[in-house]
Design a binder for this molecule. Structure first.
Ligand SMILES: Nc1ncnc2c1ncn2[C@@H]1O[C@H](COP(=O)(O)OP(=O)(O)OP(=O)(O)O)[C@@H](O)[C@H]1O
Length: 233
């Protein structure tokens, strides 16, 4: 369970997010939807302890990220790319992360299998496609067998096969009773993948609820989005 309560943050006097509140519950894929600059990354960076809020509280299973005893075992995150050294192999990278976090090395083969990278485990990351890099990032996020996943724009730049693969993966992960928070500006993708939605615009949450409830009365999520935000197509 992720809980964001009254989060605000300004940069040089300009608010990037203002009084942002929402929850992402277990067994659900929660989509965090908003255009570029809406405040998605700012919120997720605070949630993951990479930035400090001016006000408000963000917790994962009731605990602020900085206070988690073993963060990788609680929450897996995929922000910008896999963060892996291009000269390393996929197995080498995962082994390094596992060792430095006290995670048993048997878990490395497990996560490689989970993201279907076992056959290329010995290949250098520099030779990977964008989709393979995203899978490696996901494998890294899954190393600690967390019950919560946070992903910032994970399907950006992926081809349809890659998008479908991530979508299926996240749905299955949530179906095990785990929590997924997924940010995107892609409305069609969100409509397909998310159970619940939090719509952010200009640093403020303008709507949250199930996809079904938010799109009720509109031909598509895109139409609902533009009606809610007052933005023009
Ligand atoms: N470190 C920073 N310094 C100054 N302004 C910032 C900083 N980080 C974010 N902002 C501003 O805060 C606002 C929200 O940005 P944020 O990156 O959170 O949006 P986003 O929804 O993730 O969009 P994108 O998809 O483009 O990353 C933007 O106006 C951005 O310019």
């Amino acid at each position: 369970m992720i809980s964001i309560q009254h989060l605000s943050k300004s940069h040089k006097g300009t608010p990037s997010i203002s009084d942002v509140s929402f929850t992402a519950g277990p067994g659900r894929v929660t989509g965090f939807l908003g255009p570029n600059g809406a405040g998605k990354s700012s919120t997720l960076r605070i949630l993951l302890g990479l930035d400090r809020a001016d006000a408000g509280v963000a917790t994962i299973n009731g605990v602020a990220y900085r206070d988690l005893r073993s963060p990788l075992r609680t929450v897996g995150a995929l922000l910008d790319g896999s963060g892996a050294h291009r000269g390393r192999t996929a197995r080498g990278h995962l082994t390094w992360v596992a060792k430095s976090n006290g995670i048993p090395l048997t878990r490395v083969s497990e996560v490689l299998e989970l993201v279907s990278l076992s056959t290329v485990a010995k290949k250098r990351i520099g030779t990977f496609s964008l989709g393979m890099g995203q899978r490696l990032g996901l494998a890294t996020a899954l190393l600690g067998n967390p019950s919560v996943l946070v992903l910032d724009e994970p399907v950006n730049g992926l081809d349809p096969d890659g998008i479908r693969w991530i979508r299926t993966f996240l749905k299955n992960f949530a179906a095990e009773g785990k929590t997924v928070l997924l940010s995107s500006h892609l409305m069609g993708e969100m409509e397909e993948t998310a159970d619940d939605l939090v719509i952010i615009h200009g640093g403020k949450v303008v709507e949250s609820g199930t996809v079904t409830a938010i799109t009720a009365g509109f031909p598509s999520l895109e139409d609902a989005f533009f009606a809610l935000t007052g933005a023009t197509k």
